[in-house]
Design a protein around this ligand. Sequence first.
Ligand code: CAA
Length: 258
Amino acid sequence: MDAIVFEKEDGILWAKLNRPEALNAINEDVVAGLEKLVEKVREERDVRVVIIIGTGKAFCAGADIKMFLRSDTFTAREIIERLGKALEGFEDLDAPIIAAVNGFALGGGCEMAMACDLIIASEKAFFGQPEINIGIIPGAGGTQRLARLIGWKKAMELCLTGDRISAQEAEKLGLVNKVVKDDELEEEVRKIAKIIAEKSPTAVTLVKQAVNRGFKMGLKDGIAYERDLFALSFSSEDAREGMTAFVEKRKPEFRKTR
Ligand code: CAA
């Protein structure tokens, strides 16, 4: 059985974490699956939006602790480095990634969700960085992305206490875009993915780059970067089509592939 199962549905690629017996904990097969996901989206230009979801009751309960117990420091570091690079790869991809958080998103699972562009959560989901409870610390961006997303002190609290927060609390903190009913999660996420997939693929990619890369810059540099990407979007065929369609009062017909 593959640790991540891929299914294509029009321009949407579903990546289903498939280790329900271990709450989709991240072992080497899952890391390899995440690397494959990044490679796949780079190569398959018809993929417009990616959705990551867990099978069973968890999105992902973090790194596989049983695997860690068998690993020495160097092996553990190597696995974490591969995981971290795959997650950085998410941010660099042209296509947006939506985390459909169907249950526990803990440790590496929370880190995976945070590396996605949007997080839509089931009302039953929980988030947290519980590594401290087992004597380690987050290693795939937990202390870093969390502080940038929800603020320094709240991130410090979650990483120091290992406490889990509900989807509702995560939404209040700005970690989650939207909380939906558990049995409506897939449909809600599909709806959002379809809305994005109908836009100009060039504009979608440039928005993603402007927000993600600009976020790491100072405001002045970020705005200058945005202006350059605006000019790039302006020179695309889709921009001509979008503006012409507006004037002609019709729906634009944007390119179908990235
Ligand atoms: N690694 C390996 N196996 C895991 C796992 C993990 N992270 N999380 C759950 N499992 C396994 C359990 O061992 C159990 O397997 P068995 O039936 O063979 O015993 C199975 O999944 C079901 O789990 P539980 O019986 O514990 O389910 P629960 O509903 O009672 O509790 C839970 C759910 C609160 C998520 C609990 O499983 C838990 O606390 N898991 C560990 C969470 C954690 O500490 N994550 C951080 C890992 S380290 C990390 O992620 C570092 C990093 O930065 C990448």
